[in-house]
Design a binder for this molecule. Structure first.
Ligand SMILES: Cc1ncc(COP(=O)(O)O)c(C=O)c1O
Length: 406
């Protein structure tokens, strides 16, 4: 991707063209949420201006248009992750709700005392706490895959952990704190060999990697729209049809029913069985526009751009005196964590914000990971497709200034 092509891509994101504290915005907090391209803003606007109606119900023109756009969005998601059928795509509020759905529906109905759930040290709290709640209620046991010194999963320890009691392996595709890309195909194959199910938390993966749920071989895959240039409040749980059909409903109300009476209620078919209440129609339409935007790019060229920029960032950070990288995984996507010797991370990010540089500081909702690293938190820079060398140079210049000053 040449400079001109990249400039054109970047210009699609209006929020990037602003000044913050008298400096051009350098947005490097993409793992928290991404900025939105015009195509997404336009799609949401168009829906509310022209087609706003509830879906699947009323027999009028607007409802018909809203329903068609909403269901077309589901089809777009199915194509994006190579699901074998639209009914396997369930709308949720995001990754967190998707994981809670599996934990409450599958976990509460299937797990028994002594059953094992395997997680990893680098999980986001969204892939820890739902399982803790289920474990407390069912007597299931959580086992945790350790990390090696670079920040990669210790695969030997993982394989040794699997056995006849393993019922579920649930791990991130990409770590939000260290950027580690986990070998999910290998993780899934090993889990399958002992008869366990697998859930992949794809929150940090979908914006950076081409995801094919059938090639990964997992049973569930979860992600959020807002980390993929789409709106907040919308996300996806993908699951295999046979499994989803066996799982009991989770939230209950309208839309998810077939017939209701006070003596008995029967439930709707997939995917509606898991979609109680009026869905986030505009969100689904906005997410589909974001996916169309991503799929409309030369994705190989984008991947090469992001890889080159990540390498440039890591190499530049190594040159800042007193800076220590936290985690140096074999394969990295998106996020780079670091600490500065003489400056508290919170103070550093405040000073950087004064220069227009937006970073994230703290435990990144991965407190067990921070504990295993023996630190309270990190400063995190995270990249998206629209970032360029100017962004990285601005961050590096600001860091050099800080480290000279302290
Ligand atoms: C790896 C990972 N999992 C889950 C989540 C939760 O996503 P959401 O807050 O969109 O539900 C995040 C968000 O940062 C994440 O990075």
């Amino acid at each position: 991707m040449n400079q001109q092509q990249h400039d054109r891509l970047r210009s699609q994101f209006p929020a990037l063209a602003q000044e913050v504290n008298g400096h051009p915005l350098v947005y490097l907090d993409n793992a928290a949420t991404t900025q939105k391209p015009l195509a997404v803003l336009d799609a949401i606007n168009h829906y509310y201006q022209a087609d706003n109606a509830n879906v699947h119900r009323a027999a009028h023109a607007l409802s018909g248009r809203a329903t068609r756009a909403f269901e077309a969005a589901r089809e777009t998601v199915a194509r994006f992750i190579n699901a074998s059928h639209n009914r396997e795509v369930i709308w949720t509020r995001g990754t967190t709700e998707a994981i809670n759905l599996v934990a409450q529906s599958w976990g509460m109905s299937e797990l028994q005392a002594g059953d094992e759930i395997v997680l990893s040290t680098l999980e986001h709290h969204a892939n820890i706490v739902p399982w803790q709640l289920v474990a407390q209620r069912t007597g299931a046991v959580i086992r945790v895959i350790p990390l090696d010194e670079r920040g990669d999963l210790d695969m030997a320890a993982y394989l040794a952990m699997l056995g006849p009691r393993t019922r579920l392996v649930s791990v991130a595709h990409v770590s939000n704190a260290l950027g580690t890309v986990n070998p999910v195909e290998q993780i899934v194959a090993a889990a399958k060999a002992v008869g366990a199910l697998t859930l992949i938390d794809g929150a940090q993966a979908v914006a950076h990697l081409e995801v094919d749920v059938q090639a990964i071989g997992c049973d569930f895959y979860a992600f959020s729209g807002h980390k993929l240039y789409g709106p907040t409040g919308i996300g996806v749980l993908w699951g295999r049809t046979a499994l989803l059909e066996r799982m009991p409903p989770w939230q209950a109300g309208g839309e998810m029913i077939d017939r209701v009476s006070f003596s008995a209620t029967t439930f709707n078919t997939l995917p509606f069985k898991f979609e109680a209440g009026t869905p986030h129609i505009a969100g689904a339409i906005g997410l589909a526009a974001a996916i169309d935007f991503v799929m409309g790019q030369d994705r190989e060229a984008l991947t090469r751009h992001e890889e080159a920029l990540t390498n440039y960032l890591v190499a530049g950070l190594r040159q800042v005196s007193g800076l220590r990288l936290v985690g140096e995984p074999g394969q990295r996507a998106g996020a780079v964590s670091f600490l500065l010797e003489d400056i508290h991370p919170q103070d550093a990010t405040t000073l950087l914000d004064m220069q227009g540089v937006a970073l994230r500081v703290g435990h990144h909702c991965a407190m067990p990971l921070m504990e295993s690293l023996g630190i309270g938190g990190t400063i995190r820079a995270s990249l998206a497709c629209y970032n360029n060398r100017d962004d990285v140079d601005a961050l590096l210049a600001a860091l050099h200034k800080l480290s000279d000053f302290f």
